[in-house]
Structure formats: structure tokens, C-alpha cells
Design a protein around this ligand. Structure first.
Ligand SMILES: [Zn+2]
Length: 288
């Protein structure tokens, strides 16, 4: 037991030092979507930035060590202060910079469960907490536009919010969409395959062929790619459900690479979630 603990501590220490070393080399790339909306890429979840006369509205904050670089990038887009920061969910690669941004006098907005999960996380301070929370949806009227912030149940986590800019026709999905890669569905934080699929369907009702989509991870996207992603998930879901109905075990499904071959060949397992991890997640979530 002690050896196991030491092993995990070592792994943790190694991972942490790799992360810190990489942060020095991270550059923040700004993508212009419209005259007033931008996507910032650095390390962690994609950031959305909305600028205008009222101030800067920010979506997600990546990791704390990146805040100075992120603020530098935002200052090139607007001289106004950051007024609001919305969190799409509680994960550290989306909320790690919360404390730093709230110290800039920004108000943090998130779903009720994001508040609970940050509050319960000893690594995050009270300054990281949302000050405005909601349980279903809210509208923010800023910079001459209605921004719709809406919750989807048990998708990537139990506290996901998607944001739709009603005039600019831009959608930020948070981690309820990973562009051209297998998604991380956090079953331990209330996520589920069925909820994840439902989240995409709910968002598809709002958007059209011209909508620009900021995914949680991956490149800037559009409706066509979003629908392809939905089709991928529904196809894999059906396949794994068949396996389950035939009495297959988690190990059998995890090792059966033919189930995901079409998408493995398209390199969907490139990043955080390997094809085996995807099959395991599908099995665990659908077996329930
Ligand atoms: Zn996440």
C-alpha cells in the first residue's frame, strides 16, 4: 500500500512539474470570430471573449499560471475591464484562472453545481467561486446583445452550461463538445453518455449553418462538424448497447477495437481520450 502511495505521489509530482515547465512555453493564440467575439487558445479549455462598450465578457479561464498572458491577449482586443467571467463547468482547465480574474473585479457566473464543486475542492480558494449561480438558464444583456446561458443535465459533468450569443450567432459549448476527437465524459462528476448526446441535440435547436462554434477543446467549429460528432456518439452508443445486451463485459468491450475503428482511423483518439478509454466510458455509462 505504501509503495502504491509513493508511486502515485511520484507520478503526480512528475506530471505537475511537466505541466509547470510547459506553461512557460504556452502562447495564447487569438482567433477572431466576429467584430466583437474571439476565441483564445492556450492550454486547457478554449476561452471565449466578447468585447464592447459595456466591458469584456469572458468564458472560462484556463490555468492560473496563464492569467498574465491571457490578460495581455485580452488587452489587445479591448481597453475595457473584464466585467463577467462565465464558467462552462468546474474542471480546473476551465476555472484555474478564476481567482486571478475575480481579483480584476470580474463577477463569476456558473451553474449551481459548479459552485458546490469548487467549494468542495481544497485546491481552489473562495475567490474562485461564482458569485452568480443559476439552476436552469439565465440571460445576460451586455454589449447590445442577449447572451443565453443554459444548463444541460448530466452531460460532461452535472454543472455544464452552454452559451449562445443570440445576435452574433456564436455558440460556446464548453466540454459538451470536443471537435474531431473523443470527448471526455466525466462519469465521476455526474456526466453521462445519454446526457451528453442530449446536450448536443438541445444546442442544435438554437443554431444554423452560419453559427460559429467554440468547442471546449479542439479547433473552431460549425454545425456540420457538430452534427458529425453527434452521429459518431450515437453510432458508438448503439454498438456498445448491442455488446451490453449480448452480455459482454467491460473488459471485452474495452479491448474490442473494431467497435470504434471508423473513428480511430480518423484519429479521434489523438488526444486526451484514447479509443479504449472511450469504449470503457460508453460501457460504464450505458450499463447503468
Ligand atoms: Zn472538462
Amino acid at each position: 500500500m505504501k509503495t502504491l502511495k509513493t508511486f502515485f505521489l511520484l507520478v503526480f509530482a512528475t506530471t505537475t512539474s511537466i505541466v509547470c515547465a510547459q506553461d512557460k512555453n504556452v502562447t495564447i493564440t487569438t482567433h477572431k470570430l466576429t467584430e466583437s467575439i474571439y476565441m483564445l487558445e492556450g492550454k486547457g479549455g478554449n476561452i471565449g471573449i466578447f468585447v464592447g462598450d459595456d466591458g469584456v465578457f469572458m468564458i472560462d479561464s484556463q490555468f492560473a499560471p496563464l492569467t498574465p498572458k491571457i490578460i495581455e491577449a485580452i488587452k489587445k482586443l479591448s481597453i475595457k475591464p473584464i466585467k463577467y467571467l462565465a464558467n462552462t463547468h468546474h474542471h480546473g482547465d476551465h476555472t484555474g484562472g478564476n481567482e486571478n480574474i475575480s481579483k480584476q473585479n470580474a463577477l463569476i457566473i456558473a451553474h449551481d453545481n459548479v459552485y458546490k464543486r469548487i467549494k468542495d475542492n481544497p485546491k481552489q480558494s473562495d475567490a474562485s467561486l461564482p458569485v452568480i449561480t443559476f439552476n436552469d438558464k439565465l440571460s445576460l444583456y451586455i454589449n447590445g446583445e442577449q447572451v443565453l446561458v443554459f444548463h444541460v443535465d448530466n452531460a460532461h459533468t452535472d454543472g455544464d452550461a452552454l452559451l449562445y450569443f443570440t445576435k452574433s450567432n456564436v455558440l460556446h459549448t464548453g466540454d459538451t463538445y470536443f471537435c474531431k476527437r473523443y470527448p471526455y465524459i466525466d462519469l465521476n462528476s455526474g456526466g453521462s453518455v445519454n446526457g451528453y448526446i442530449q446536450a448536443i441535440k438541445s444546442a442544435l435547436i438554437l443554431i444554423d449553418d452560419n453559427t460559429k462554434i467554440i468547442p471546449g477543446h479542439g479547433n473552431l467549429s460549425n454545425k456540420e462538424e457538430y452534427e458529425t460528432f453527434l452521429y459518431m456518439l450515437e453510432t458508438l452508443k448503439r454498438k456498445v448497447e448491442t455488446e451490453i445486451s449480448e452480455g459482454k463485459t467491460e473488459e471485452e468491450v474495452a479491448l474490442n477495437s473494431s467497435l470504434t475503428k471508423t473513428y480511430d482511423d480518423l484519429n479521434y483518439g489523438c488526444c486526451f481520450i484514447s479509443s479504449e478509454k472511450m469504449r470503457r466510458t460508453l460501457y460504464k455509462s450505458l450499463k447503468k
